[in-house]
Design a binder for this molecule. Structure first.
Ligand code: NAD
Length: 498
């Protein structure tokens, strides 16, 4: 069985596959087959990757902005050229359908494109004559070694959210991808190398808590970007910030889609089905709750239900499949338990995907629709992260906003309506970081930054886009005087602005 290895200072490690290292299984979720082993780094191996990044930092931060941009331009070209190959790797370890895998590469490309405009983004400021004969300017300098820790659900896009901007700013990186689908990160690191990135600037270590803790505790790591579930995001934020690092830790989500009585019901039903069941619901921006206002539910629930039988669920490699399996058997069973337990809690199970049979040992489950769900039920309170859509019925628009604002998560939210006034009020009052008006999955384009509020993000910087150039640099302000020697004198008073 092939061993997926670390990529440190431009080389795979351990040099030869060996039985001496701790490993974890990598499955093909469509077949249930254990297809690879992945090396799990211990503290020493992780420290070796950090040391490689540290050693590469002085030369990379001194590399001209034009040369850094060149690497990103070439990477963009290579990623476009190899899209299919990379999508196949994603599908084989994650399970999502090939078109969806290609879609995430496309969204990741936006981050490479944004970062390749680094010359513009790294501009400082200049103020002439702030005092007589005194000028001030500011520069943005890299922070040093950045630790990037990523989740399983976007094995290409989320690493690119972080790595493209971190490297553009002159930092070096240790990337710790999800151990469930680690191959895409190694592929990306090799592609960066082919694009001209010097060895050691981007290193990949695989692993679990031990590797992550080594990153969080290392005095040589200056900043940490994390994306994953809320409990881990919270603990990463606490540990990394206690160790004096700047940290952004993006967590889980419970995304609501409000449908008002004036909305186009067919368009809303199409959007709900796409956003709830795409990628088997394993998206942090998936819609998991439809909030039906007034009498909307009586029309919307049948409209959603009527679309479910036609969804084609199967291996991601099959061009006919629209939805693939879940990431692991355990996760599939956990997702199913929310549907099985829903009726006992008082919900109506409109469609039960757990009853659907699939051939073989893949981690498949059918799509489920729950109606009359309320806060306090597990299906509402937990992030299920699977193809289960809950409908909560509320009487008024105000009730919908109150429900959402009381939820501990605040990643994405959507409103479906034809009423511009309601949309404006929604945007003003809703306590969520990313809002879609008649757009169910409002992932910002690469020129904006991505981030939720409340338990969906710990730290103050959103990820990718303009805020990433803030997060991955520290500013230095330089005050300059070139005195005319004729006017030089001793002056002990606090400098004023004369
Ligand atoms: P996860 O939290 O289990 O794992 C994320 C990363 O943390 C992985 O690299 C993993 O190896 C590491 N990790 C796991 N347990 C750890 C521990 N105890 N200590 C240190 N590190 C640990 O998340 P996941 O299951 O891979 O991904 C799904 C979650 O990610 C969902 O909750 C989803 O909402 C969230 N997510 C959020 C966003 C966002 O932008 N907010 C984007 C994608 C995914």
């Amino acid at each position: 069985m092939a061993l997926i290895r670390h990529f440190i200072a431009g080389e795979e490690s351990p040099a030869e596959p060996t039985g001496a290292v701790r490993t974890g299984p990598v499955f093909n979720p469509a077949t249930g087959e254990r297809q690879h082993e992945v090396a799990l780094a211990d503290t020493a191996e992780t420290q070796r990757a950090i040391a490689a990044a540290r050693a590469a930092f002085p030369a990379w931060r001194a590399t001209s902005l034009t040369k850094r941009a060149d690497v990103l331009f070439r990477l963009r070209h290579l990623l476009t050229e190899r899209k299919e190959e990379l999508a196949a790797i994603v599908t084989s370890e994650h399970g999502k359908v090939l078109s969806d895998a290609a879609g995430e590469i496309g969204r990741g490309l936006e981050n490479v494109e944004f970062a390749s405009g680094l010359i513009d983004k790294l501009k400082g400021e200049y103020s002439e004559q702030v005092s007589t004969g005194v000028d001030v300017h500011s520069v943005k300098q890299p922070v040093g070694v950045v630790g990037c820790i990523t989740p399983f659900n976007f094995p290409v896009m989320v690493p690119l959210w972080m790595v493209a901007s971190a490297i553009a700013c002159g930092n070096t990186v240790v990337l710790k991808p999800s151990e469930k689908d680690p191959s895409a990160s190694v592929y990306l690191a090799k592609l960066f190398r082919e694009a001209g990135l010097p060895d050691g600037v981007l290193n990949v270590v695989h692993g679990d808590k031990e590797a992550v803790d080594a990153i969080l505790d290392s005095p040589d790591v200056s900043a940490v970007s994390f994306v994953g579930s809320t409990p881990i995001a919270r603990s990463i934020y606490q540990r990394a910030s206690a160790n004096g690092k700047r940290v952004q830790a993006l967590g889980g989500a419970k995304n609501h889609m409000v449908v008002l009585e004036d909305a186009d019901i067919d368009a809303a039903a199409d959007a709900a089905v796409s956003a709830a069941y795409g990628s088997a619901g394993e998206r942090c921006m998936a819609v998991s709750v439809v909030v039906a206002v007034g009498d909307v539910a009586d029309r919307l629930v049948p409209a959603i239900h009527s679309r479910l039988d036609a969804l084609r669920i199967g291996p991601g490699t099959d061009a006919a499949s629209e939805m693939g399996p879940l990431i692991t058997r355990e996760h599939r069973d956990k997702v199913a338990s929310y549907v099985t337990g829903a009726a006992a809690e008082g919900a109506t199970v409109v469609a039960d995907g757990t009853q659907r049979d699939f051939e073989g040992d893949g981690f498949f489950v059918g799509v489920s629709l729950l109606d009359h769900v309320r806060p306090g039920m597990k299906a509402y309170d937990d992030e299920i992260f699977g193809p289960v859509l809950s409908v909560v019925r509320v009487d008024t628009f105000e009730d919908a906003i109150e429900l959402i604002n009381a939820n501990p998560y605040g990643n994405g939210v959507a409103l479906f309506t034809r009423d511009g006034g309601a949309a404006r009020r929604f945007e003003f009052e809703v306590e969520v970081g990313m809002v879609g008006i008649n757009v169910p999955i409002p992932v910002p384009v690469g020129a904006y930054s991505f981030g939720g509020w409340k338990n969906s993000l710990f730290g103050d910087s959103h990820i990718y886009g303009p805020e990433s150039f803030h997060f991955y640099t520290r500013s230095k302000v330089v005050t300059t005087r070139w005195p005319d020697p004729v006017h030089s004198r001793i002056e002990l008073a606090f400098p004023g602005n004369s």
